[in-house]
Write a protein that binds this ligand. Sequence first.
Ligand SMILES: Cc1ncc(COP(=O)(O)O)c(C=O)c1O
Length: 346
Amino acid sequence: MSDIKLDFPGIQVHLTKHEIEQIVDAIISAKTLTMGPRLEAFEDDFARYLGSKYAFGIANGTAALELAGQILNVKQGDEVILPAHTFTATALPFLRRNAKLVFADIDPKTFVMDVNDVRRKITKHTRVVVPVHLYGLPVNMLDLVRLANEYGLSIVEDCAQSPGASFNNQKVGTFGDFGCFSFHSQKNITTLGEGGMIVTNNDEYAEKILGLRKIGQRPFASQQKYWLPAMSNIIEAVPGVVPNNFALGEIQALAGNLILRRLDRQILMRYKMYEKITNSLLHHKELVFQHFPKECLSAIHLLPARFNGQIFSKTRDDLIELLYEKHGGEGAVREVCDLILKMHYR
Ligand SMILES: Cc1ncc(COP(=O)(O)O)c(C=O)c1O
């Protein structure tokens, strides 16, 4: 089945014609467009795929992190350790809760959080560590879980860029108290624009997520007399937390589930592309690619490289300026990526 190419280079995953037909079919025939069977199926399949006890569809990855912060009751005076190199959304939910953000260095070879530096940053106020499996590559979760257990810290995994990645054959998102995924259109799974998933193995946390993710309303099935105490069955799931509406729609859930079914194949394909591109650039000694430790299977979300311009007395900014001048506009870096792809894959 041929892919339908959406004319925007930022979209990473293309839907096949058959998948689009299924989506159109669902739009026409769905009995509900929210909180229905397609969301339930996506959650079940996602949890089974990861090997986690629970998975809940969420409006986006930031909302998933937000819920984790709310449920762990992160508050002013608490310290949250996160990597110095990540996307801003990793930090925002904890910043909003007035926690002190403490940045741990990344390992210059893997570009992800250095667990040795996390250890150095722990104080008596540290409550939570947020490993980010950046660009698809897992943080060393064996060492991090050991460290967290030693100090009684909670772990919130930011898996926005890494669905399907694993460490020692265990999928990321299943090591910590929470795993938070993003299905934004530029991610490896897309739910047609925005979307996410929060996973946990903890029964109590799962109950709280159910109570918080949709304006405090629980599924009626869990309340025998749904009209009591009132029609809108809002229950205070976490003391002091006013719930949001973080629900994921039915059609979005279906799109996510269709892509989930071919996620492993897609990762393999991305590995092949990654090898081809990096091998063809080996003569560029100034480019340093991400090192993949043997315990890690990356989801190959992006293909990052560090630019070591000392050889030419140039900085990263000089390189970007050069690309900008050559290719113009905001698409300079994308242009180059596209050129590389054209050279090698079309
Ligand atoms: C590392 C990281 N964390 C969190 C997020 C937030 O996800 P979302 O855009 O779905 O809110 C993203 C992506 O945008 C991300 O790349």
